[in-house]
Design a binder for this molecule. Sequence first.
Ligand code: SAM
Length: 279
Amino acid sequence: MEQPAIHQHYDTAYDEDTRLREGLGRLELARVQEIARRHLPPVARVLDVGGATGVHAEWLLDDGHTVHLVDLLPGHVERAETRLGGHERFTASVGDARALPVGDASVDAVLLLGPLYHLTDPADRLAVWREALRVVVPGGVVIAMAINRFASLFDGLAQSYLFDPAFRAIVAQDLATGVHENPTGDPRWFTTAYFHRPEELPAEATEAGLVVRETVGVEGLAHWIKPLASAFDDGDARRDVVLDAARVVEREPSLLGLSSHLVTVATRPGIESFRSPSA
Ligand SMILES: C[S@@+](CC[C@H](N)C(=O)[O-])C[C@H]1O[C@@H](n2cnc3c(N)ncnc32)[C@H](O)[C@@H]1O
């Protein structure tokens, strides 16, 4: 299956480079960092699939890991190379998460922070999970993100989009099927995507043959309260309070559908792997 809507969205309508560097994107970035850090080995070969312009690759390199970034969009890979190409532990290539351009059991960790929510066909998502399983070493870790089934409903309220009947029609389909389509082309309303129910993400990992360690909500309620973005400005002491508010409910089953994003962490069976004491 081709993914033409993604090219249109990212190449012309939306700047992915700044998404996690400003506003409440900084909450998502901080939470993904802390979730990933408790599962990554101290020094790992990380495959960042759907790595876009390198926002995660940058801190992974700072942490001492070796990173190969793969993304479907040549424009994203070019920008990642411009930013990080001088780094001796960084490489990047254009590629598809469903057929990764790397060898079997060649990395210690795979990040899937994006591709799963751009694939609406369950067979495509399973292919992504199976590729991650193929390329990671036994005991290695796969860290995968999804957009929550209820994200557009909550975003619609938070940003007043829900008062537009065109957006309500989009949300109605999202809630019923998980398949998000945006015939208006308005970039604020995202592009073709799949929104997972919380139980679906670990179920996909299990179906692919991985062993699930945990599934957590990333942002909690805070992502929907837009004025909280200023808590992430330099020196604002409220930052830790907002992060704690996400942490304390991250595994609460009754609230897994609240966060904008979900993360499932899973391992390839084989040998006992690194796990930090806090995980
Ligand atoms: C929302 S961005 C996420 C970027 C970054 N990983 C993050 O967490 O902020 C999704 C990225 O996944 C990429 N992508 C979508 N489908 C893909 C596929 N089948 N294979 C590889 N990359 C894909 C897109 O080009 C885009 O750069």
